[in-house]
Design a protein around this ligand. Structure first.
Ligand SMILES: Cc1cc2nc3c(=O)[nH]c(=O)nc-3n(C[C@H](O)[C@H](O)[C@H](O)COP(=O)(O)O)c2cc1C
Length: 229
């Protein structure tokens, strides 16, 4: 049986199959006889933000590990953003100090992963200062949070503290987090993961985030927004 997709989006696997047969995007398979158009979805773009500027931060190991796991997903493009490298002023706040490149990254993204250490049961102020630079760019995008702590709870409190902030920014939170507790024991001196149980945990987290990012991209493209008053 020959399934014909005409100017529509193919399931990724079918698209790969046709490309594997030597077809390019939008090219007909049997020229002149059957008009088969292949329109490939661009990969989801899910950057990772490391939310601390602290010298010697352990959560950089977490961010790098999550980054490597995310890069393995064939349908996802990612990049690692260091909050301390974002151009930010300390004499202002909010969209007034919007950075064009950071805004463009958030505008383009379908979801965000935050890697956040717990500082006195809260989130680092610099992360909030950075997140506040954008607003409409976040709306209807997915967000997942990896909490990091020296204590055993893996940043559970910082994640809870961030949820209302995410909501106010227009981001959509997922119900999977990853808690990196006792982070000083999880990685070796070179930043290599010692506890392999984090591989399936991050996988489960990514599965949920990617699902939500895909659903929300579909929604942004196809469902009209609520009219503004
Ligand atoms: C200002 C500050 C406050 C902290 N507060 C907590 C805390 O409330 N709970 C906790 O488990 N660890 C706390 N820690 C330890 C961090 O969780 C620990 O440094 C861990 O490695 C993650 O942060 P890092 O990425 O800066 O290393 C704190 C560290 C700093 C620098």
């Amino acid at each position: 049986m020959l399934a014909i997709y005409r100017s529509c989006e193919l399931p990724a696997a079918a698209g790969e199959l046709l490309l594997g047969c030597g077809l390019q995007q939008g090219e007909s398979s049997i020229s002149g006889k059957i008009d088969v158009s292949v329109k490939m979805e661009r990969p989801l773009f899910i950057p990772i933000i490391l939310g601390t500027a602290r010298q010697g931060r352990q959560s950089e190991n977490v961010a790098r590990f999550v980054f490597e796991q995310t890069k393995k997903r064939v349908d996802v493009e990612t990049e690692l953003i260091y909050v301390r490298e974002l151009p930010m002023r300390l004499d202002d706040a909010g969209e007034q100090m919007k950075d064009a490149a950071f805004s463009a990254t958030i505008e383009r993204c379908d979801g965000i992963i935050l890697v956040v250490p717990e500082y006195n049961h809260g989130y680092p102020g610099l992360l909030k200062h950075a997140l506040d630079m954008n607003l409409k760019e976040y709306i209807h995008k997915a967000v997942g949070i990896c909490g990091v702590s020296a204590g055993p709870f893996g940043g559970a409190r910082v994640i809870e503290g961030l949820l209302p902030v995410m909501r106010e920014l227009g981001l959509v939170t997922i119900f999977e987090d990853v808690n990196f507790g006792k982070v000083q024991e999880i990685f070796d001196e070179e930043g290599r993961l010692l506890d392999q149980s984090y591989v399936p945990r991050v996988d489960k987290f990514l599965n949920e985030l990617i699902w939500m990012a895909r659903v929300l991209r579909h929604g942004r493209k196809t469902i009209a927004g609520v009219p503004e008053e």
